[in-house]
Write a protein that binds this ligand. Sequence first.
Ligand code: HEM
Ligand code: MG
Length: 334
Amino acid sequence: VIVAPPRPTNTGILPMPGSANPFVAPGANDLRGPCPGLNTLANHGFLPRNGVASFEDIVNAATHAFNMDYDLASALAAFGMLARGNAFIDKVSIGLPSDLVPPLPGQIDGPLARGLATHGRFEGDVSMTRQDAAIGDNRNFQPALYSQLLDLVSQFGDDSTVTGPRSIVNMKVMQEFKFKRFTDSQAADKQLQYHVGRLLLSYGESAFTLNFFANGTDGTLSVPTMTSFFRDQTFPANWNRRSAPGGLSLIGNDAVNVLAAHPVLPGANNANGVYVTDNTAIDTCALYSNLAGDNLPGVLLNTTGVLKQNVGFLLNTIHNLFSNCTVVVPHGPA
Ligand code: HEM
Ligand code: MG
């Protein structure tokens, strides 16, 4: 059964990746997906290089290499495992479905194995450098989207510390970029889904970029550093992880700040391509309830033995991050 790995004892600044974790480009059978953080971890062997990871692998890698707070990393890893992995064998692909991750009993998702790149539950619309699944490639880095982000850095970023153009990524850049991504998806994607869980995750991912990709030495995020993570999926030279763990309150506050400049309400496009809000409040308990309740398949509760123990452990792990919220149980479609 899955057991929580020990909490890290050293949570300060550290040079990364270190000589034991060199970059090796993924081979033809190695899986990579929509998350530049997990892809980078796999390219450096902090996660298995084949891209198929356990809950414990993901918690250990994200806490160690990016100094992600243990409870935040645990909840994300637990949600990923329940949404798109096999909680019985404790394996999830960070990309496309894999033969190494067979379906659960009852064939949730049909005979296919799963992976984090599969659209829905976790992967969703209005990503930064990946296209919406209904209109393009939702898995691989998209240079055309990234160049929109770079344009905004040159307009709104902080001045570089060396003489030159604006090249430091800041809150204002993310505020403008996320709003542009929303307005573009809203117009182009007839099937846009942007309910509260996805909305807050997507703003959270812009906060991840600001807080986990920045160099821990001075806390700034330069364009070359950001490009190293997003495009090359490798740690930049002379990079340090952040100097203190980054957790839900930091990420949540920044996500709300990114959103506040150009508020967007949770909702979805209707058949006529009109965005219809769903009248959900934007708060952390709504996020928890939408992800753990609505987005996870209800059949996860129809289990016995080791699978039941693991599902219970993973659901508790998600709730642990939102301990002030009323407990929900999975009730989404299989
Ligand atoms: C996006 C999973 C950790 C940075 C994503 C997506 C998934 C995912 C499924 C795609 C969502 C979408 O855009 O549709 C996870 C899991 C983690 C984790 C299970 C477990 C700890 C991290 C870490 C970082 C990170 C440690 C940063 C160091 C990002 C960013 C995106 C993203 C920036 C947005 C990419 C984009 O919109 O182009 N993650 N992630 N993630 N993740 Fe992660
Ligand atoms: Mg996406």
